[in-house]
Design a protein around this ligand. Structure first.
Ligand code: ADP
Ligand code: MG
Length: 348
């Protein structure tokens, strides 16, 4: 080969090396149109949608679905084989449970302290009185609530280590306010471990994103208006959970008064704060879920205090007077939807 050809070849190789080095530095993604797979299933009492991208997206979704069904079997409060049900019916005796249920109960007790009691997994016998987990909803008598409240509180739960747990007789656990957040994280993990590059999981409106989109853009999550169709605000985020609690999904009306499914542990009655809907954004799905419930009970002032204290989440609250209260960390990441441009966002 002549000299000039050799030099030319060398130049081409050098250029290719340089381009690939720059691509690594700038994060170029040669595959901007990866394969997409989607699934919609009914589990955990809600509709779950999974979207994943990448060559292995389809296999990843199959693994994710199996994970959801397996966790549902452990967590469900109604399934008589579940860990939760076994704890609730053990008449005060210790029960050996899965790692997952042990972990979530341990975390939940911690969240009870963090939220100053607003988040409480021991309320099942109170929520059962209201019938939210059944088809027959009713307003309980005061005395029934007073009686049921005697068996609530974290001190009714004992963790023995070694995956053994007991609750006092008369106490029952309900992991419904924390399970979907936790499961969102687990599903994201399974998708990613199974080779999906990035994707999004919606568990009844609770969103978990994972990975970075091929085009490098942020995830955009719409937050549904609690009483109207469509989204009222859109949040640009990274890899997080975006979890919303509101009074709109499960409620019933008697004599013109509407009762919803989020119970104030102090009173045993549906909470009455200044919040219509509460969205919590953060990297720990279980924490976000627990906080969404707790902040819905506590309202805007409570959110502000907790935000300054914990510093590990962001929030968006739609208040009953139709103002949006949002945490400082979301400045520049929120956009009101078309029909809601007149609403005010107050950052705190
Ligand atoms: P959803 O699961 O409907 O999205 P939440 O995450 O706020 O909303 O969970 C509400 C569920 O949690 C209720 O249906 C009930 O089973 C249970 N729950 C109600 N009040 C509380 C509370 N104060 N702390 C923990 N769990 C609660
Ligand atoms: Mg919750």
């Amino acid at each position: 080969m002549c000299d000039i050809m050799k030099k030319f070849k060398l130049l081409i190789v050098a250029s290719l090396v340089l381009i690939s080095m720059l691509c690594t530095l700038w994060g170029c993604n040669t595959n901007t149109n990866p394969q997409k797979a989607q699934a919609e299933i009914y589990a955990l009492d809600t509709i779950i949608e999974i979207t994943a991208y990448g060559e292995k997206a389809q296999e990843a979704i199959t693994a994710a679905k199996a994970e959801i069904y397996a966790l549902e079997k452990l967590f469900s409060v109604t399934d008589t084989d579940s860990d939760t049900h076994r704890i609730n019916t053990a008449q005060g005796n210790p029960v050996k449970v899965s790692d997952e249920v042990y972990t979530i109960i341990e975390k939940s007790l911690e969240y009870n302290t963090l939220t100053k009691g607003n988040f409480d997994i021991t309320l099942y016998n109170v929520t059962k009185l209201w019938g939210f987990t059944t088809d027959s909803q009713r307003v309980p008598e005061d005395y029934e609530i007073t009686e049921a409240l005697k068996n609530t509180g974290s001190h009714k739960v004992t963790l023995y280590g070694n995956n053994e747990i007991s609750v006092s007789e008369g106490t029952a656990l309900d992991l419904g306010a924390v399970a979907k957040g936790y499961i969102g994280d687990r599903v994201a993990e399974v998708l990613s471990d199974s080779g999906a590059e990035y994707g999004i999981i919606s568990l009844g409106g609770n969103i978990r994103t994972f990975g970075e989109k091929a085009d490098g853009s942020k995830w955009r999550t719409g937050i549904r208006h609690p009483h109207e169709n469509g989204y009222f605000i859109i949040a640009d985020t990274g890899e997080v959970s975006v979890i919303t609690s509101g009074a709109y999904q499960r409620n019933f009306t008697v004599d013109g008064k509407t009762y919803h499914h989020i119970i104030n542990p102090e009173t045993g009655y549906p909470s009455e704060s200044d919040a219509q809907s509460v969205t919590i954004i953060g990297t720990d799905g279980a924490l976000c879920d627990a906080l969404s419930t707790a902040v819905f009970i506590g309202g805007t002032e409570y959110a502000d205090k907790l935000y300054k204290e914990l510093q590990n989440f962001e929030y968006i609250i739609l208040s009953k007077d139709n103002t949006v209260y949002a945490s400082q960390g979301l400045k520049g990441s929120l956009e009101l939807s078309h029909n809601y441009k007149d609403m005010e966002i107050i950052y705190r």
